[in-house]
Ligand binder design. Structure first.
Ligand code: IPM
Ligand code: MG
Length: 357
C-alpha cells in the first residue's frame, strides 16, 4: 500500500518517541512492501514558538491531506504562563475537533511480562487486565459552551459546561457496542447520573442504543465507583464507555494498573477524516532530551493505526509481537524497569523493536 502520514511530534519527549515510531514504520515498509510518505507539521508549544499559534492552519490542512495522523505529545512548563487561549493543549483539542475525532479508543492491556510492574496485588493482576476505554472526545466539559470567567457577588469565578446532545451520545455508544462485539461482549457505561442532568440523558440514550445490540451485556456505573472498581478488580471490565472528562481520568488510571502509562496507545476516530493515533501519556518535561522515554506506547499506536485505518492486520500483529518479544527478552525502559534493573534508553528500545520486526 502507498500511505501518506502526517507526523505531529509536538513537545517534550514527542520528537524522541516519534523518531522510534518512524523507525518502526521503516521496518514495516521493508518487510511488508508498503510505502509510507510522511509529512511533518507543527502543533502545541513547538507551533507557538514558531508561529504563535498551537494549531496553525497549515497543520490542519496537512492532517486533512494525509491518510492518518500520528502525534507525539504536547505541552510543557515553558508554556504554562501563556494566554490560555493559545495553550499548547489547545492545539491537540483543536485538531481533534477539526477532524471530528469523536471516538477515542484506549486499550489498557496487561503484557504478562510486565505483571510485576503493576501497582496492584499479584492475585488481582493474575485475573488479567484487558479493558477498552471508549472515551467521547469532541464534546462534554472540554468543549461545552458557555465557558469562561465571570464575577459572582464581586468575586472572581470561572465555569465550564458539561453538555451532550443525544446524537453525540448515540454515536459514541454505537462505537462501544461495536467494539464489545469484537471482544468479550460487555459494555459498562460510566456516568454520574445520581447527580448530573447530562449523565441522566447519557444513561437514557445508552439504554436506547443498546436495544440494537441485544447480544451485548450493558451495565452502568457511577464514575466514583468505577474509579474504585478499576483498582479493586479490573478483570470485571471489558469495554468502558464514558464522556470526555471521565474518560480522560479513567484512562490514566486504567493505564497505570497495567504497569506504566508509557505503554498505552490510542486511536481517535471520526467519520470522514483521517484517524489520529497517539500515546495517551503527555510530554514528560522531566525526562525530555535525556533518551529516557518509553517509546512503546507510540510504537503500539502505529500498530493501532495500521489495523484501524488501513486494515493491515498482519503488520499490526507483527509490531505487537515484536514489542512482546522485546519485553520477554527482559528489556525495559526506566518506567517499567524493576528496582535494580538497568533500563535501556528510548532509542535503544526503538532499535530492539525494529530488529525483531
Ligand atoms: C489526553 C491528554 C489531553 C486530554 C490533554 C493534553 C489536553 O490528557 O489525551 O488524555 O485531556 O485529552
Ligand atoms: Mg489525559
Amino acid at each position: 500500500m502507498n500511505i501518506t502520514l502526517c507526523l505531529l511530534p509536538g513537545d517534550g519527549i514527542g520528537p524522541e518517541i516519534m523518531a522510534q515510531a518512524v523507525k518502526t514504520l521503516d521496518r514495516v515498509a521493508d518487510r511488508f512492501g508498503h510505502a509510507f510518505t510522511t509529512t511533518e507539521a507543527l502543533i502545541g508549544g513547538a507551533a507557538i514558538d514558531a508561529v504563535g499559534n498551537p494549531l496553525p492552519a497549515e497543520t490542519v490542512a496537512a492532517c486533512k491531506a494525509a491518510d492518518a495522523v500520528l502525534l507525539g505529545a504536547v505541552g510543557g512548563p515553558k508554556w504554562d504562563a501563556i494566554d490560555k487561549a493559545i495553550r499548547p493543549e489547545r492545539g491537540l483539542l483543536g485538531i481533534r475537533k477539526e477532524l471530528g475525532l469523536f471516538a477515542n479508543l484506549r486499550p489498557a492491556t496487561l503484557f504478562p511480562q510486565l505483571a510485576a510492574s503493576s501497582f496492584l496485588r499479584p492475585d488481582i493482576v493474575a485475573r488479567g487486565i484487558d479493558v477498552m476505554v471508549v472515551r467521547e472526545l469532541t464534546g462534554g466539559l472540554y468543549f461545552g459552551e458557555p465557558r469562561g470567567e465571570t464575577e459572582i457577588d464581586g468575586e472572581r469565578a470561572a465555569y465550564n459546561t458539561m453538555v451532550y446532545r443525544v446524537s453525540e451520545i448515540r454515536r459514541i455508544a454505537k462505537v462501544a457496542f461495536e467494539a464489545a462485539r469484537k471482544r468479550s461482549g460487555r459494555v459498562c457505561s460510566v456516568d454520574k447520573a445520581n447527580v448530573l442532568d447530562v449523565s441522566q440523558l447519557w444513561r437514557e440514550v445508552v439504554v436506547d442504543v443498546h436495544k440494537d445490540y441485544p447480544d451485548v451485556e450493558l451495565t452502568h456505573m457511577y464514575v466514583d465507583n468505577a474509579s474504585m472498581q478499576l483498582v479493586r478488580d479490573p478483570s470485571q471490565f471489558d469495554v468502558i464507555v464514558t464522556g470526555n472528562l471521565f474518560g480522560d481520568i479513567l484512562s490514566d488510571e486504567a493505564s497505570v494498573i497495567t504497569g506504566s502509562i508509557g505503554m498505552l496507545p490510542s486511536a481517535s476516530l471520526g467519520v470522514a477524516n483521517p484517524g489520529l493515533y497517539e500515546p495517551i501519556h503527555g510530554s514528560a518535561p522531566d525526562i525530555t532530551g535525556q533518551d529516557k522515554a518509553n517509546p512503546l506506547a507510540t510504537i503500539l499506536s502505529v500498530a493501532m493505526m495500521l489495523r484501524h485505518s488501513f486494515g493491515l492486520q498482519k503488520e499490526a500483529a507483527a509490531i505487537e509481537n515484536a514489542v512482546s518479544e522485546v519485553l520477554t527478552a527482559g528489556h525495559r525502559t526506566g518506567d517499567i524497569a524493576a528496582p535494580g534493573e538497568t533500563p535501556v534508553g528510548c532509542r535503544k528500545m526503538g532499535d530492539l523493536v525494529a530488529e525483531r520486526l
